[in-house]
Design a protein around this ligand. Sequence first.
Ligand code: PBG
Ligand code: ZN
Length: 326
Amino acid sequence: MFPIQRPRRLRSHPQLRRMVRETVLTTSDLIYPLFAVPGTGIAKEVKSMPGVYQLSVDKIVEDAKEVYDLGIPGIILFGIPEDKDTDATGAWHDCGIVQKAATAVKEAVPDLIVVADTCLCEYTSHGHCGYLQVGDLSGRVLNDPTLELLKKTAVSQAKAGADIIAPSGMMDGFVQAIRAGLDEAGFQDTPILSYAAKYASAYYGPFRDAAESTPQFGDRRTYQMDPGNAREAIKEIELDIAEGADMLMVKPALAYMDIIWRVKEASNLPVAAYNVSGEYSMIKAAALNGWIDEERVVMETLTSFKRAGADLILTYHAKDAARWLR
Ligand code: PBG
Ligand code: ZN
């Protein structure tokens, strides 16, 4: 008889567990999302996201410094414009809110990587991620006219100082269109982080409070993916790779660990996971009730994204995690 196998031997001491740990989360893995609003001196907490604020540009700069001092390599910027219209003017205008925030952050903290979320939903009066036929209340976004607006948006974000362009609207051909736009404008070296596999998810609820981007009618199911589909995610990433994406994102993360894994297996590009607003708020709510140990649950969750194949994690927990990792 063989002696019984004893994997517990390697779990008997904390240092031994440390030696054989396969996945280690580091601060370098994190990207912190920030929401920019017009005005000065504004820090307005998002009701459904305790600890997350809409910040005016001056406050964004303060936060960006803190993020940098914590050792987090980058932020992703979202914007809430003064006015919304059918052409999403606030998205592509050179004086847009994300453009202002990007410029101010790069001036104050040049070594912090600024990712710009490139989408129209925060800037359109109807809240959809693209262009609609005027008077169309079906919410059926017109793909190719939207590409033109996304291209303009990406170029103006790059001009304002954004280091990475992250298109999130799930339009067909958006990586190709944005790549062409950036190249024509002289931004050949600006990488594209494509929200390649983005699902039509109820987990975005709190974000839509934060970004004031809830669609006024219809929903996003004609452009974001159906939660039942996995092979389709591979098709989406293959297209984005062919179109020139430099990095791929899976979103949401927690309920889509299998997709993170499959995307990692199917490509050689860095994979990012977006730990979205609803995932954050669920942990926050339970922690505030004293039902779970926030630090342990957050660290376990983030480590698991990495184990599933994520190289980067966009998360509202980033500042807390960086402090706990110190
Ligand atoms: C907009 C966008 C969304 C998120 C990031 N970019 C929301 C949406 O599609 O409605 C969600 C982020 C989050 O929930 O934290 N295209
Ligand atoms: Zn959008």
